[in-house]
Design a protein around this ligand. Structure first.
Ligand SMILES: Nc1ncnc2c1ncn2[C@@H]1O[C@H](COP(=O)(O)OP(=O)(O)O)[C@@H](O)[C@H]1O
Ligand SMILES: [Mg+2]
Length: 382
């Protein structure tokens, strides 16, 4: 490769893809930093695979350019691009053993002595003892690691992974998430990982781009996206959010809002939409930020907290936490997650409660959006 030293990152400059009158990917500008673990996250059909295939050269962009480092590769065929792709289906050669599957890329390039490199790769993915096994003798997770080793042995600048863990069951998927993260840290190559699973994206990636209907809605480190969603889609797709409609009563460094008769405040710098007195705002708070106090003890709630009242509609005990659904004047179906440390036995369905939280944990979104965006798509995505 003849890239400059800044190479290795992926830059997409205005790339788009249309099929007839349908736009799968709207013009997109995106920079993937060198050596990062980058996730493209979104529901099924939002354009993730199309974007990845344009980077790989498997799909021709309708507009725009793909740059690897400073090199424009838009017109290069896939095999001339310094990238490799790992697919969900693994696509291993069934008649070749693990060693030969991994050696494939080297042999095709005419490399004679492959043993050392293959052994190194098998050590990297911890399959040194499986070199002579055929793919059908391996578990799904092991096959996936062979696919990763087979791609990495070509020393791509960028490894593209399209839902690589989709075929694995949940427990194995969790293990492989950590495993892939370890491999990426060890080799230091840029990984672009496509997934519809928000937990997977947050666990693995340093940067997540949330895609919705062919557009990147928000991009950033997982914690920043989670704490400061800018759209209802991101707020709902990445974890769970409580969004209640409020009316702004005053706007300064602190924004004051009324919602269902309750007075709430939030920091102005956590508002994704301009807050003007008299205007509408969607007030958001994550379920785990909220504490629940029985209405009989309402006087014990410290001053300065945001508070809403309601009645418990449902509870579910899930071991580490209990999840409460609360209906109140500000909204129905509010979600509250309480760690199971000291459970108040009065917090059962029908109980009147106060929900309260630190105002700093509140965010504000443009009320013109659909408050439910991204809610159902999570379930439909799998
Ligand atoms: N070859 C094609 N012809 C027509 N439509 C396509 C083609 N490939 C993908 N699409 C459409 O483009 C959209 C995005 O597809 P895709 O990138 O595969 O989504 P994702 O990977 O996020 O599930 C989908 O609506 C899909 O049906
Ligand atoms: Mg896809």
């Amino acid at each position: 490769m003849t890239d400059t030293p800044t190479g290795g990152d992926v830059r997409l400059a205005g790339i788009s893809k249309t099929y007839g009158s349908f736009t799968a990917v709207h013009p997109l500008d995106l920079t993937v930093p060198e050596g990062s673990f980058f996730a493209l996250l979104g529901a099924s059909g939002c354009g993730k695979t199309t974007t990845l295939r344009m980077i790989a050269g498997l799909e021709e962009p309708t507009t725009g350019a793909v740059l690897l480092g400073d090199r424009d590769v838009t017109d290069l065929p896939p095999h001339k691009r310094p990238v490799n792709t790992v697919f969900q289906s693994y696509a291993l050669f069934p008649h070749l053993d693990v060693h030969e599957n991994v050696a494939f890329g080297l042999r095709r390039r005419g490399v004679k002595s492959v043993k050392r490199q293959v052994d190194e790769m098998l050590d990297l993915v911890q399959l040194g003892d499986k070199a002579r096994h055929r793919p059908h003798q391996l578990s799904g997770g092991q096959q996936q690691r062979v696919a990763v080793a087979r791609a990495l042995i070509n020393h791509p600048r960028v490894l593209l992974l399209d839902e690589p863990l989709g075929a694995l069951d949940l427990k194995l998927r969790r293990q492989m998430q950590l495993e892939l993260k370890r491999i990426q840290t060890e080799v230091g190559i840029t990984f672009v990982h496509v997934t519809h699973d928000q937990e997977e994206a947050m666990t693995m990636a340093d940067t997540v781009a949330v895609m919705n209907a062919g557009r990147v809605e928000q991009l950033g480190p997982p914690a920043a996206l989670y704490d400061n969603p800018r759209t209802t889609f991101v707020a709902n797709f990445l974890g769970t959010s409580n969004l209640v409609e409020g009316r702004v009563t005053s706007a300064g460094a602190e924004v004051a809002v009324t919602a269902g008769g309750a007075a709430l405040t939030l920091p102005a710098d956590r508002c994704a939409a301009p807050a003007r007195a008299g205007g509408a705002l969607l007030v958001g708070v994550r379920p785990e930020k909220i504490a629940l106090t029985h209405a009989d003890d309402a006087a014990t709630v410290p001053a300065g907290r945001n508070r809403l009242t309601g009645r418990i509609a449902d509870t579910s005990f899930i071991g580490v936490s209990t999840q409460y659904t609360v209906d109140g004047p500000a909204g129905t179906g509010l979600q509250v997650y309480e760690q199971n440390i000291e459970r108040d036995p009065r917090l059962v369905p029908g109980a009147e409660v106060v929900l309260h939280w630190n105002p700093a944990h509140t965010f504000g979104l443009d009320a013109a959006q659909d408050a439910e965006a991204g809610v159902e798509t999570v379930e439909g995505a799998a």
